[in-house]
Design a protein around this ligand. Structure first.
Ligand code: HEC
Ligand code: HEC
Length: 289
């Protein structure tokens, strides 16, 4: 018969246990009923009545109180140490596998050269960025998202100051157009930009050490240094020595931008690994014309 139902010893034992529990329960209930039927309570009745029904002032049964407290303690243990918060889950396993894969990915590409990064960045761009910035990166001529064929250039440093910039979430919050009147001659922005790219960011070769010009340009930078720092690295405002480099794009991706053109979400949610962010930054900067 065991074979017929595919029963194992364990199943039979469990079945016997269940039957015994059921029988003992019935007997216990029967004993309780018998006692209740034959008993006359001697204790006092409480004052309150519900629809004419009154309650005896009996002390809480000790066994009941212990099981009640015990159940509460067990519930807390179950929630935090037992199953729900510590158990295996498919999402947990998925997250672990993704983290493991990402670690391998970072390891494999940590020394990727520029061409590799650019190729990797292009495929990321087509999926993650092109929906807003467009396949060619110009964001419909900069109308729906930043025109990345112009952004990150020397000219865009100047136009940022002319038109202002906001939404990256720095402590100083916003750079007002023409610094809210601090800039009188637009040519001063050009001079400040020259000082930045030649001596601070070192992205442009210094053709001849013309001290007079350098001083001139340095003077124009003073107004910027109030927020971006004497050496351009800033703290409440962006580090401009990284402007036009992949690191700056990575910073933009981590922050997102709620600017004048529109909103770009932050990519700081694990969607992209650090190397993928650098890669897409490298690609974006290669779009500049
Ligand atoms: C009052 C403080 C302040 C001053 C002065 C200032 N900036 Fe800024 N600048 C900021 C802040 C804040 C941001 C970040 C704005 C944002 O969130 O987009 C910024 C951003 C920038 C950016 C990056 C824009 C972008 O699109 O990412 C450039 C380039 C820049 N500033 C250049 C300059 C130059 C050049 C000067 C001097 C002529 C200057 N700034 C003076 C506060 C300032
Ligand atoms: C949901 C639309 C959207 C997506 C997706 C998006 N962007 Fe943007 N991005 C914008 C908008 C809008 C702006 C302009 C914000 C402003 O200045 O008003 C912008 C601005 C930028 C800027 C200029 C930031 C600055 O400091 O001015 C860069 C660089 C950039 N995006 C890169 C990327 C990259 C790389 C991706 C893909 C990983 C991406 N964006 C995905 C909408 C998007």
């Amino acid at each position: 018969m065991s074979d017929l139902f595919g029963f194992s010893n364990i199943n039979e034992l469990a079945l016997a246990g269940a039957a015994a529990t059921l029988i003992i329960t019935f007997i216990a209930i029967a004993i309780y009923f018998k006692n209740i039927a034959g008993s006359k309570s001697s204790s006092e009745l409480s004052d309150g009545a519900w629809d004419g029904i009154k309650e005896y002032k009996n002390p809480l049964p000790l066994g009941w109180a212990i099981s009640f407290l015990g159940l509460g303690i067990w519930a807390i243990w179950y929630m935090f140490a037992g199953y729900p918060l510590n158990a295996y889950s498919q999402i947990g396993e998925y997250n672990e596998e993704v983290a493991e894969h990402n670690a391998k990915f970072e390891q494999k590409w940590q020394n990727a050269d520029e061409a590799t990064l650019k190729n990797m960045g292009e495929s990321i761009f087509l999926v993650q960025c092109a929906p807003c910035h467009g396949l060619t990166g110009d964001g419909l001529d900069g109308k729906i998202a930043a025109d990345l064929t112009k952004w990150g250039t020397e000219a865009s440093i100047v136009s940022s100051v002319l038109h202002g910039s906001k939404g990256l979430g720095y402590d100083l919050i916003e750079m007002l157009p023409k610094l809210d009147g601090l800039i009188e001659n637009e040519s001063d922005i050009e001079l400040a930009k020259e000082y930045l790219v030649k001596y601070l960011a070192k992205t442009k070769e210094v053709v001849a050490a013309d001290e007079a010009t350098k001083e001139y340009e340095a003077e124009a930078w003073i107004v910027c240094s109030a927020c971006h720092g004497e050496d351009g690295t800033g703290s409440g405002a962006p580090d401009l020595t990284k402007y036009g480099k992949p690191e700056f794009v990575v910073d933009v991706l981590n922050r997102g931008k709620n600017g004048f053109i529109g909103s770009m979400p932050s990519f700081d949610d694990g969607r992209l690994t650090e190397i993928q962010k650098t890669a897409v930054g490298t690609y974006v900067l290669s779009l500049r014309r």
